[in-house]
Design a protein around this ligand. Sequence first.
Ligand SMILES: CC/C=C\C=C\CC(=O)SCCNC(=O)CCNC(=O)[C@H](O)C(C)(C)COP(=O)(O)OP(=O)(O)OC[C@H]1O[C@@H](n2cnc3c(N)ncnc32)[C@H](O)[C@@H]1OP(=O)(O)O
Length: 314
Amino acid sequence: MISTFLQRLTSRGMATGIRHIRLLTPTVQAMSTSAASSYSFETIKVTSPLENVYLVELNRPDKLNSMNTTMWREVGVCFNKLAEDGDCRAVVLSGSGRLFTAGLDLSDFGDIVGVVMGDDDIARKARKLKAVIEEFQDSFSAIEKCPKPVIAAVHNACVGGGVDLICSTDIRYCSSDAWFQVKEVDIGLAADVGTLQRLPKIISNESLVRELAFSARKMFSSEAEKCGLVSRVFDNKESLLTGALEMASTIASKSPVAVQNTKTSLVYARDHTVQEGLDYMKILNMSMLQSEDLRIAAMTQMSKSKEKAVYAKL
Ligand SMILES: CC/C=C\C=C\CC(=O)SCCNC(=O)CCNC(=O)[C@H](O)C(C)(C)COP(=O)(O)OP(=O)(O)OC[C@H]1O[C@@H](n2cnc3c(N)ncnc32)[C@H](O)[C@@H]1OP(=O)(O)O
């Protein structure tokens, strides 16, 4: 049945004489690289090392990529922009320097200290803090809402806010020297930027989540792989980045319609019943089954040629 479906799709394409499968030219690759140059941030570096693949690096190596107010804001702005960037089909998120991130910048509580130490009464302070926390939360939620798959590539330390950050990504890889720490209780906080909501759904082990969150103990790479926080462990940072970029490139070679609707459907399914998820898919695919990408993908599958399929930007 599937082969009949593919044949009908492809013969429709052949009949119209459209040739969608062609080799990617250097011009296309050059355009993709320059598209990343429109991303200019103080604490984040964005490049496009491969066709349709963007590399987002936390870039405060001298401060151990700790998250200051600027970085919190820039992560959100960056992923909202990537969501709309037709040149971007997959993202790798890594940290520059000797470790992934030391979490919240403990020397820059700027906005929070300002409110807490201010003269307002408790209700007004609370209202202001609500806005600050919301901004922090929205920043990391932008990663989950971005329809392009995001692969976290963690080396060495991933502390506090770093765990919140990677819990918003789709795929997590790490190097063998990586460790993870839900550190918030050590600074007198209940984690409030996503770890407590997303981690239980990632590792499906409430006992372990609670152990990590109550004790702030370190979890090393082998345990992180065993419990499902990461799906692959690489020997070192270099092989980690190579592996993450290779996977991003594989994803980027697929139909962006298929991949991006798969991501949004998985996020939806995580937070809804099976029936609600099926209903969502039904409505979504009422339109998406009519996409040109189906025919292009089917032609590519049936073709014996090694040429890559070329899909329009999304
Ligand atoms: C609304 C709230 C939203 C979000 C909340 C998030 C909560 C969190 O993120 S909680 C976690 C906060 N982070 C930490 O507690 C990490 C503290 N740091 C460490 O544990 C270690 O520094 C390390 C990351 C494991 C690295 O250790 P090591 O390699 O031995 O380096 P150090 O000598 O300890 O540090 C070098 C240098 O960096 C400074 N530093 C380290 N972490 C931070 C940080 N998070 N913020 C600011 N500065 C940090 C450290 O003080 C050293 O500075 P010197 O001036 O060189 O002494």
